[in-house]
Ligand binder design. Structure first.
Ligand SMILES: Nc1ncnc2c1ncn2[C@@H]1O[C@H](COP(=O)(O)OP(=O)(O)O)[C@@H](O)[C@H]1O
Ligand SMILES: [Mg+2]
Length: 256
Protein backbone atom coordinates (compact mmCIF):
# COMPACT_ATOMS: atom_id res chain seq x y z
CA UNK A 1 0.00 0.00 0.00
CA UNK A 2 1.02 3.54 -0.69
CA UNK A 3 2.47 5.22 2.35
CA UNK A 4 1.32 8.72 1.52
CA UNK A 5 -0.63 10.09 4.46
CA UNK A 6 -4.14 11.35 3.62
CA UNK A 7 -5.30 12.32 7.07
CA UNK A 8 -3.17 13.16 10.08
CA UNK A 9 -4.61 13.87 13.49
CA UNK A 10 -2.37 14.92 16.37
CA UNK A 11 -3.68 15.37 19.90
CA UNK A 12 -7.13 16.40 18.74
CA UNK A 13 -9.44 17.68 21.44
CA UNK A 14 -12.97 18.86 20.66
CA UNK A 15 -15.11 20.40 23.34
CA UNK A 16 -18.74 21.45 23.28
CA UNK A 17 -18.77 24.05 26.05
CA UNK A 18 -16.99 22.34 28.92
CA UNK A 19 -17.74 18.85 27.68
CA UNK A 20 -14.86 17.08 25.96
CA UNK A 21 -16.39 14.95 23.21
CA UNK A 22 -12.97 14.07 21.74
CA UNK A 23 -10.13 13.67 24.22
CA UNK A 24 -6.66 13.98 22.77
CA UNK A 25 -6.72 11.49 19.92
CA UNK A 26 -3.93 10.93 17.39
CA UNK A 27 -3.94 8.73 14.30
CA UNK A 28 -3.27 8.83 10.60
CA UNK A 29 -4.93 7.38 7.55
CA UNK A 30 -2.92 6.40 4.50
CA UNK A 31 -3.78 7.02 0.88
CA UNK A 32 -5.91 4.22 -0.55
CA UNK A 33 -6.72 2.85 2.86
CA UNK A 34 -10.18 1.79 4.02
CA UNK A 35 -10.22 3.02 7.58
CA UNK A 36 -13.17 2.15 9.80
CA UNK A 37 -14.02 4.23 12.81
CA UNK A 38 -16.12 2.24 15.25
CA UNK A 39 -17.54 2.93 18.67
CA UNK A 40 -20.74 3.13 20.69
CA UNK A 41 -23.23 5.99 20.31
CA UNK A 42 -21.73 9.15 21.71
CA UNK A 43 -18.14 7.91 21.32
CA UNK A 44 -17.11 11.01 19.34
CA UNK A 45 -17.09 9.59 15.82
CA UNK A 46 -19.32 12.18 14.15
CA UNK A 47 -17.55 14.98 16.01
CA UNK A 48 -14.19 13.72 14.71
CA UNK A 49 -15.47 13.45 11.12
CA UNK A 50 -16.90 16.95 11.33
CA UNK A 51 -13.52 18.28 12.44
CA UNK A 52 -11.77 16.38 9.63
CA UNK A 53 -14.14 17.84 7.04
CA UNK A 54 -13.87 21.38 8.38
CA UNK A 55 -17.42 21.59 9.72
CA UNK A 56 -16.22 22.00 13.31
CA UNK A 57 -13.08 23.69 14.57
CA UNK A 58 -10.80 21.67 16.82
CA UNK A 59 -10.51 22.97 20.39
CA UNK A 60 -6.84 22.01 20.28
CA UNK A 61 -4.51 19.73 18.36
CA UNK A 62 -3.56 19.54 14.72
CA UNK A 63 -5.53 18.05 11.87
CA UNK A 64 -4.24 17.85 8.35
CA UNK A 65 -6.00 16.47 5.32
CA UNK A 66 -4.19 15.94 2.00
CA UNK A 67 -1.12 17.51 3.59
CA UNK A 68 -2.91 20.76 4.44
CA UNK A 69 -3.89 22.08 7.83
CA UNK A 70 -7.68 21.88 8.01
CA UNK A 71 -8.05 25.25 9.73
CA UNK A 72 -6.04 27.11 7.12
CA UNK A 73 -6.56 25.04 3.99
CA UNK A 74 -10.21 24.04 4.20
CA UNK A 75 -11.23 25.91 1.05
CA UNK A 76 -8.66 24.00 -0.99
CA UNK A 77 -9.37 20.73 0.78
CA UNK A 78 -13.14 20.87 0.30
CA UNK A 79 -12.98 20.53 -3.46
CA UNK A 80 -10.87 17.37 -3.13
CA UNK A 81 -12.85 15.47 -0.50
CA UNK A 82 -16.35 14.04 -0.32
CA UNK A 83 -18.54 13.78 2.74
CA UNK A 84 -21.58 11.62 3.31
CA UNK A 85 -23.07 12.82 6.61
CA UNK A 86 -25.04 10.62 8.98
CA UNK A 87 -28.29 12.32 7.97
CA UNK A 88 -28.82 12.71 4.23
CA UNK A 89 -29.65 16.42 4.32
CA UNK A 90 -30.52 17.19 0.73
CA UNK A 91 -32.55 20.03 -0.67
CA UNK A 92 -36.04 18.52 -0.47
CA UNK A 93 -37.55 20.39 -3.40
CA UNK A 94 -34.88 19.64 -5.96
CA UNK A 95 -35.35 16.60 -8.12
CA UNK A 96 -32.69 13.92 -7.85
CA UNK A 97 -31.40 14.94 -11.27
CA UNK A 98 -31.25 18.63 -10.32
CA UNK A 99 -29.37 17.73 -7.15
CA UNK A 100 -26.77 15.80 -9.13
CA UNK A 101 -26.35 18.64 -11.63
CA UNK A 102 -25.92 21.07 -8.75
CA UNK A 103 -23.24 18.90 -7.15
CA UNK A 104 -21.55 18.46 -10.53
CA UNK A 105 -21.50 22.21 -11.09
CA UNK A 106 -20.30 23.04 -7.57
CA UNK A 107 -17.38 20.63 -7.98
CA UNK A 108 -16.74 21.79 -11.55
CA UNK A 109 -17.29 18.36 -13.08
CA UNK A 110 -17.30 18.91 -16.88
CA UNK A 111 -20.84 18.86 -18.28
CA UNK A 112 -20.07 15.97 -20.67
CA UNK A 113 -18.83 13.90 -17.75
CA UNK A 114 -21.97 14.76 -15.76
CA UNK A 115 -24.15 13.78 -18.70
CA UNK A 116 -22.43 10.42 -18.91
CA UNK A 117 -22.07 9.66 -15.21
CA UNK A 118 -25.38 10.84 -13.73
CA UNK A 119 -27.51 8.28 -15.62
CA UNK A 120 -24.91 5.58 -14.88
CA UNK A 121 -25.00 6.33 -11.16
CA UNK A 122 -28.80 6.43 -11.13
CA UNK A 123 -28.91 3.08 -12.85
CA UNK A 124 -26.34 1.58 -10.52
CA UNK A 125 -28.28 2.71 -7.43
CA UNK A 126 -31.65 1.89 -8.98
CA UNK A 127 -32.73 5.51 -8.84
CA UNK A 128 -33.35 5.69 -12.58
CA UNK A 129 -37.03 6.12 -13.13
CA UNK A 130 -37.13 8.32 -9.99
CA UNK A 131 -34.62 10.94 -11.10
CA UNK A 132 -37.33 13.48 -12.01
CA UNK A 133 -39.01 13.26 -8.59
CA UNK A 134 -38.38 15.68 -5.75
CA UNK A 135 -36.08 14.38 -3.06
CA UNK A 136 -38.71 14.98 -0.38
CA UNK A 137 -40.57 11.96 -1.74
CA UNK A 138 -37.55 9.66 -1.28
CA UNK A 139 -37.04 7.17 1.54
CA UNK A 140 -34.04 7.53 3.86
CA UNK A 141 -32.17 4.83 1.92
CA UNK A 142 -32.90 6.50 -1.42
CA UNK A 143 -31.63 9.84 -0.10
CA UNK A 144 -28.54 8.11 1.21
CA UNK A 145 -27.91 6.56 -2.21
CA UNK A 146 -28.37 9.94 -3.85
CA UNK A 147 -25.84 11.59 -1.53
CA UNK A 148 -23.36 8.76 -2.19
CA UNK A 149 -23.97 9.17 -5.96
CA UNK A 150 -23.21 12.88 -5.61
CA UNK A 151 -19.92 12.15 -3.90
CA UNK A 152 -18.98 9.57 -6.54
CA UNK A 153 -19.78 12.07 -9.30
CA UNK A 154 -17.02 14.43 -8.23
CA UNK A 155 -14.51 11.65 -7.61
CA UNK A 156 -12.87 12.88 -4.39
CA UNK A 157 -9.43 11.85 -3.19
CA UNK A 158 -10.82 11.07 0.25
CA UNK A 159 -14.35 9.96 1.05
CA UNK A 160 -15.56 10.59 4.59
CA UNK A 161 -18.69 8.59 5.32
CA UNK A 162 -20.65 8.73 8.56
CA UNK A 163 -22.77 5.59 8.84
CA UNK A 164 -23.16 5.23 5.07
CA UNK A 165 -24.88 1.86 5.26
CA UNK A 166 -27.76 2.88 7.54
CA UNK A 167 -31.05 2.55 5.71
CA UNK A 168 -29.64 0.77 2.69
CA UNK A 169 -31.23 -2.43 1.50
CA UNK A 170 -28.90 -5.46 1.30
CA UNK A 171 -28.26 -5.10 -2.44
CA UNK A 172 -27.40 -1.41 -2.09
CA UNK A 173 -25.17 -2.08 0.91
CA UNK A 174 -23.36 -4.71 -1.13
CA UNK A 175 -23.00 -2.29 -4.03
CA UNK A 176 -21.59 0.45 -1.78
CA UNK A 177 -19.20 -2.06 -0.24
CA UNK A 178 -17.94 -3.13 -3.68
CA UNK A 179 -17.57 0.52 -4.70
CA UNK A 180 -15.42 1.25 -1.64
CA UNK A 181 -13.11 -1.63 -2.43
CA UNK A 182 -12.77 -0.54 -6.05
CA UNK A 183 -12.15 3.08 -5.11
CA UNK A 184 -9.55 2.17 -2.50
CA UNK A 185 -7.72 0.03 -5.07
CA UNK A 186 -7.55 3.03 -7.36
CA UNK A 187 -6.05 5.17 -4.58
CA UNK A 188 -9.10 6.82 -3.02
CA UNK A 189 -8.98 6.93 0.75
CA UNK A 190 -12.14 5.75 2.48
CA UNK A 191 -12.79 6.91 6.05
CA UNK A 192 -15.97 5.36 7.36
CA UNK A 193 -17.84 5.45 10.65
CA UNK A 194 -19.99 2.37 10.86
CA UNK A 195 -21.79 0.00 13.17
CA UNK A 196 -21.91 -2.73 10.55
CA UNK A 197 -19.14 -4.83 12.00
CA UNK A 198 -19.08 -7.67 9.49
CA UNK A 199 -18.57 -5.20 6.65
CA UNK A 200 -15.92 -3.33 8.63
CA UNK A 201 -14.18 -6.63 9.27
CA UNK A 202 -14.18 -7.68 5.63
CA UNK A 203 -13.35 -4.31 4.11
CA UNK A 204 -11.08 -2.37 6.40
CA UNK A 205 -7.35 -2.14 6.12
CA UNK A 206 -7.37 -0.83 9.67
CA UNK A 207 -10.02 -0.46 12.34
CA UNK A 208 -10.07 2.24 14.99
CA UNK A 209 -12.27 1.66 18.03
CA UNK A 210 -13.21 4.71 20.05
CA UNK A 211 -15.20 5.19 23.22
CA UNK A 212 -15.74 8.19 25.46
CA UNK A 213 -13.72 10.36 23.08
CA UNK A 214 -10.60 8.19 23.28
CA UNK A 215 -9.04 5.61 20.99
CA UNK A 216 -9.15 2.20 22.63
CA UNK A 217 -7.60 0.23 19.78
CA UNK A 218 -6.28 0.85 16.30
CA UNK A 219 -4.96 -1.94 14.12
CA UNK A 220 -5.72 -4.39 11.36
CA UNK A 221 -8.51 -6.84 12.13
CA UNK A 222 -5.98 -9.68 12.25
CA UNK A 223 -3.88 -7.91 14.87
CA UNK A 224 -6.92 -6.83 16.89
CA UNK A 225 -8.04 -10.43 16.95
CA UNK A 226 -4.62 -11.60 18.10
CA UNK A 227 -4.33 -8.94 20.78
CA UNK A 228 -7.84 -8.90 22.15
CA UNK A 229 -9.92 -11.94 21.55
CA UNK A 230 -8.67 -15.20 20.17
CA UNK A 231 -10.06 -16.55 16.97
CA UNK A 232 -13.41 -14.82 16.78
CA UNK A 233 -14.97 -12.13 14.62
CA UNK A 234 -14.92 -8.34 14.87
CA UNK A 235 -18.14 -8.33 16.88
CA UNK A 236 -16.49 -10.29 19.70
CA UNK A 237 -13.32 -8.21 19.46
CA UNK A 238 -15.39 -5.01 19.55
CA UNK A 239 -17.56 -6.10 22.47
CA UNK A 240 -14.45 -7.31 24.29
CA UNK A 241 -12.91 -3.87 23.92
CA UNK A 242 -15.86 -1.55 24.55
CA UNK A 243 -17.89 -3.89 26.76
CA UNK A 244 -21.28 -5.21 25.71
CA UNK A 245 -24.80 -5.25 27.05
CA UNK A 246 -25.48 -8.78 25.83
CA UNK A 247 -25.38 -10.23 29.34
CA UNK A 248 -27.95 -7.76 30.66
CA UNK A 249 -30.35 -8.45 27.82
CA UNK A 250 -30.17 -12.17 28.33
CA UNK A 251 -30.82 -11.77 32.07
CA UNK A 252 -33.86 -9.62 31.37
CA UNK A 253 -35.26 -12.26 29.08
CA UNK A 254 -34.71 -15.00 31.68
CA UNK A 255 -38.06 -14.44 33.33
CA UNK A 256 -40.05 -14.90 30.13
N1 LIG B 1 -23.57 20.04 19.12
C1 LIG B 1 -23.32 19.41 20.26
N2 LIG B 1 -23.40 20.05 21.45
C2 LIG B 1 -23.13 19.42 22.61
N3 LIG B 1 -22.76 18.12 22.71
C3 LIG B 1 -22.65 17.44 21.56
C4 LIG B 1 -22.92 18.03 20.28
N4 LIG B 1 -22.74 17.10 19.31
C5 LIG B 1 -22.37 15.99 19.96
N5 LIG B 1 -22.31 16.18 21.29
C6 LIG B 1 -21.93 15.19 22.31
O1 LIG B 1 -20.63 14.74 22.02
C7 LIG B 1 -20.51 13.35 22.25
C8 LIG B 1 -20.03 12.68 20.98
O2 LIG B 1 -21.06 12.77 20.00
P1 LIG B 1 -20.87 12.22 18.52
O3 LIG B 1 -19.57 12.72 18.02
O4 LIG B 1 -22.10 12.57 17.77
O5 LIG B 1 -20.77 10.66 18.78
P2 LIG B 1 -20.96 9.41 17.81
O6 LIG B 1 -20.99 9.90 16.40
O7 LIG B 1 -19.78 8.52 18.11
O8 LIG B 1 -22.24 8.74 18.21
C9 LIG B 1 -21.88 12.88 22.74
O9 LIG B 1 -21.85 12.84 24.15
C10 LIG B 1 -22.81 13.95 22.24
O10 LIG B 1 -23.93 14.08 23.08
MG1 LIG C 1 -22.39 9.64 14.92
Amino acid sequence: MDKIISVEVKNLVKKYGNFEAVKDISFDVKKGEIFSFLGPNGAGKTTTVKVLTGLLKPSSGEVSVLGMDVLRGIDKIKSRIGFVPDQPYVYPYLTAFEYMRMIGDIYKVPVEKQQKMIPELFEMFELDGRSGEIIDSFSHGMKQKLVISGVLLHDPEIMFLDEPLVGLDPASARLVKDIFVRLAKSGTTVFMCTHVLDIAQKLSDRICIVNGGRILALDTFENLKKNYASDSDLESVYLGIVGGTGGKQIKMLDGI
